[in-house]
Design a protein around this ligand. Structure first.
Ligand code: ADP
Ligand code: MG
Length: 560
């Protein structure tokens, strides 16, 4: 390749500007980003080498190295991972392939803390180097290519970058940061060491730096030829629980998800038996901005015997638990397992069952021991969890207990078990009302009689609620009934006088009803006298067993 100067894609330029400004007060994260890229590059090499062992080129152990040159004021982050070809350097470091960029730009809030978090979520990590560097030079050679096919990429982070071919014997990548004057702290061995411990301790590869020794003659510290390892260098989940602090679990979560809020809960277990695996699963505190996007890369990472296999291994958890983050490391799966194979594997089925049970126990534990936290979880992810009632027959009962609903008599969302406990004597069903919004539900005339009688009605306004109710027809033996369907029969709750009055009105009003039935014959199936209203003159109800008015509206909206 001839030496060329190429412009950054317009989005990259905008992004560079934003990243360097938004993150200025949080400079140090650049190191975490570059180390995470180096670690990804080693994971990729290990993965590709499963199919082609020659890529390891002799097999020196994979490692990440930090090197400083105080005279030149450079910090270099090196790895002997997969490396980049010249084309890859141009496309990976000059454009943003991901379609999320525009979305990212519009999501920026101006609040630096929040924006820093977003930048992580969108994975624009490499460019964060420009917060501390006025020039970044990348030298790389892709595994499997010849020494003549190295590449040098260099940019000052304004409009353009240069690329050139170089000779490079070593496989992998050096990212050389020419530090700005005000970033000289990143030349300090102790500063770097503490950043590695803070952000990158869980990285499974050694992160090494030259040992510094006292030089008697010079009367100063000097770098020796020996390397020392700055991090624990073993994957966090492979260590035993009692060696890991809560802080380390939280740091690992942050590295995994780029979510700067600590998780609500986590669960770390080594499972033995028919299928052997380690699971480290987290419940996030809040929903990511794109929870509803089904293509987003999230969920659980799959490792096989410590080798990274894939992100977002959907087969490892049912869809209704897609908010769970974490790692599963299997001892039994073949290393060359593909997504297709995952769907059919017996081991994967066992892992999925095991992970599902774990997550449900985590949720039960929260609901029981930290109800406030559980409500926080419910507000963020409740609508997703509801899908499980229809999808996971085996766990339906456990899921039903985890549901929470707004109610006419409570200020906080409430559990079905509590509704049962509050039932009036003689009440034979749990009553619910679905509507487009909570406000619409609260002001519905269908509630008049229930309100008068002091009977609790649950108010459901999520899109999935109609579907939920079609699967959740009873709870602990009590039927769940919509107050908007059929004739309301409150059974024992209605006194004799009321029943008699309704009957009398029924016969007295017979001629009026006939008349109305005639007028509305194409539009209403029947016209009845009702006891359900107290103040309103009339309301629409659906026949028992038919879809409700709310669902009919939803279906119409969806064009059905
Ligand atoms: P992300 O890591 O989320 O993909 P980055 O901006 O951090 O985004 O990196 C952009 C891309 O540049 C990476 O996806 C990878 O293809 C390439 N890259 C960055 N650093 C390295 C490296 N050390 N070795 C190989 N490729 C790298
Ligand atoms: Mg990255």
């Amino acid at each position: 390749m001839e030496k060329q100067t190429l412009p950054f894609q317009a989005e990259v330029q905008q992004l560079l500007h934003l990243v360097t400004h938004a993150l200025y007060s949080n400079k140090e994260i650049f190191l975490r980003e570059l180390i995470s890229n180096a670690s990804d590059a080693c994971d990729k090499l290990r993965f590709e080498a499963l199919a082609d062992a020659t890529l390891m080129e002799g097999g020196a152990p994979l490692a990440i190295r930090l090197a400083v040159d105080r005279e030149a004021r450079t910090l270099t982050v090196s790895d002997n991972g997969i490396g980049m070809s010249a084309e890859e350097a141009v496309s990976h470091l000059g454009t943003i392939a991901k379609s999320g960029t525009r979305e990212f730009m519009s999501a920026l809030s101006g609040d630096q803390q929040k924006d820093a978090q977003l930048i992580g979520q969108f994975g624009v990590g490499f460019y964060s180097g420009f917060i501390v560097a006025d020039r970044i030079t990348v030298e790389s050679r892709r595994a499997g290519l010849g020494a003549a096919e190295g590449v040098r990429w260099s940019s000052d982070g304004s409009g353009a970058f240069e690329v050139d071919s170089i000779e490079r014997a070593a496989r992998g990548t050096d990212v050389i940061l020419h530090l700005r004057e005000d970033a000289a702290e990143y030349l300090d061995r102790w500063r770097l060491g503490s950043l590695v411990t803070k952000y990158s301790d869980h990285i499974a590869l050694p992160i090494e730096m030259r040992k510094e020794v006292w030089d008697q003659d010079a009367g100063a510290m000097r770098q020796s030829d020996e390397w020392e390892t700055l991090n624990a260098a073993s994957a966090l989940w492979t260590r035993s629980k009692n060696e890991i602090s809560e802080e380390q679990y939280h740091a690992f979560y942050e590295a995994l998800t780029h979510d700067s809020q600590p998780p609500l809960a986590y669960s770390h277990n080594r499972v033995e038996g028919r299928s052997e695996y380690t699971q480290l699963l987290y419940l996030p505190a809040s929903a990511p901005h794109d929870l509803w996007n089904r293509d987003r890369a999230t969920g659980v990472k799959l490792y096989v015997r410590r080798v990274f296999i894939m992100d977002d291994a959907q087969a490892l958890l049912p869809a209704y638990l897609r908010f769970v983050r974490g790692v599963v490391d299997s001892n039994d799966l073949p290393l060359n397992v593909s997504r297709e194979l995952l769907q059919e594997s017996r081991d994967v089925r066992l892992i999925r069952e095991g992970c599902t049970k774990r997550v449900l126990s985590m949720l039960e534990d929260l609901a029981q021991n930290a109800p406030e936290k559980y409500l926080g979880f419910w507000r963020e992810f409740g609508a997703v969890l509801k899908e499980g009632v229809g999808e996971d027959f085996g766990n339906r009962e456990r899921l039903a207990k985890l549901l929470r609903f707004e109610s006419t008599t409570q200020t906080e969302p409430t559990a079905l078990a509590d509704v049962l406990a509050r039932m009036k004597e003689g009440q034979e069903a749990i009553y619910v009302l679905t509507a487009e919004s909570l406000a619409a539900a609260r002001s519905s005339p269908q509630l008049e009689l229930f309100r008068k009688k002091g009977i609790e009605v649950l108010l459901l306004s999520d899109r999935v609620d109609e579907w939920l109710l079609s699967h959740l027809t009873e709870f602990e033996g009590k039927p769940i009934k919509s107050v908007a369907k059929g004739a309301v029969d409150l059974g024992a709750l209605q006194d004799e006088a009321e029943k008699a009055a309704a009957e009398a009105a029924g016969s007295e009003l017979q001629p009026v009803l006939e008349r109305l039935r005639g007028v509305l014959k194409d539009r209403a199936k029947d016209v009845r006298v009702t006891a359900r209203l107290v103040e309103s003159p009339a309301c629409l109800v659906a026949e028992e067993g038919e879809i409700s008015g709310h669902l009919a509206r939803l279906l119409k909206q969806a064009g059905q």
